[in-house]
Design a protein around this ligand. Structure first.
Ligand SMILES: [Zn+2]
Length: 145
C-alpha cells in the first residue's frame, strides 16, 4: 500500500501551485473508511504563507468532518517538513510513506518522524498559573494561599 500511495501522491503533485520554487509536492490521505483526500503545495508570493501538500489534504479531511484517529495512512511525494510532522502527529497517523531524496520510499509512524513531540498539556487550554508565579510580589496583599 505504501508504494501505491506514494505513486498516487506523485501524480497529484502535478497539480501543485508552485510557480516560485517549481517544487511540486502531492499528498494522499487514506481514511480508515477508505475515503481518500488529496492535496498539493500551494505557494504564495509572500513565501512563508505557502501551504504544504500534507496540510492541504488533512485540511480537506477535517473539512469533511474527519478527526485525529480517522487516518489509516498517508502518502507523500517528498519527505515531510518539520511542521507537517507536527500535523501528522496531531492526527495520530501510524503509517506515513514518502519518497526520499535518493528515490527510495520511507515508511514511518508519526512518533518515529517526530520523537519527543510537544503536545498541549492534558485538559487543553492554558495551564493553571504556577503558585510560585508572582512570588516576588508576595506580601502585596494579593496572596491566594
Ligand atoms: Zn510541510
Amino acid at each position: 500500500m505504501s508504494q501505491a500511495l506514494v505513486e498516487h501522491a506523485e501524480a497529484v503533485a502535478q497539480r501543485a501551485y508552485a510557480p516560485y520554487s517549481k517544487y511540486f509536492v502531492g499528498a494522499v490521505v487514506l481514511m480508515t473508511d477508505g475515503t481518500e483526500f488529496t492535496g498539493t503545495n500551494v505557494e504564495n508570493a509572500a513565501y512563508p504563507l505557502t501551504q504544504c501538500a500534507e496540510k492541504t489534504a488533512i485540511g480537506a479531511a477535517a473539512t469533511a468532518g474527519y478527526r485525529p484517529g480517522d487516518i489509516a495512512a498517508v502518502g507523500i511525494s517528498a519527505s515531510p517538513c518539520g511542521g507537517c510532522r507536527q500535523w501528522l502527529y496531531e492526527w495520530r497517523v501510524s503509517e506515513i510513506s514518502y519518497r526520499r531524496a535518493d528515490g527510495s520510499i520511507g515508511t514511518a509512524t508519526c512518533a518515529e518522524l517526530l520523537p519527543d513531540t510537544w503536545e498541549l498539556p492534558s485538559g487543553g487550554g492554558s495551564p493553571e498559573p504556577s503558585k510560585s508565579e508572582g512570588a516576588g510580589s508576595a506580601g502585596a496583599g494579593s496572596a491566594q494561599q
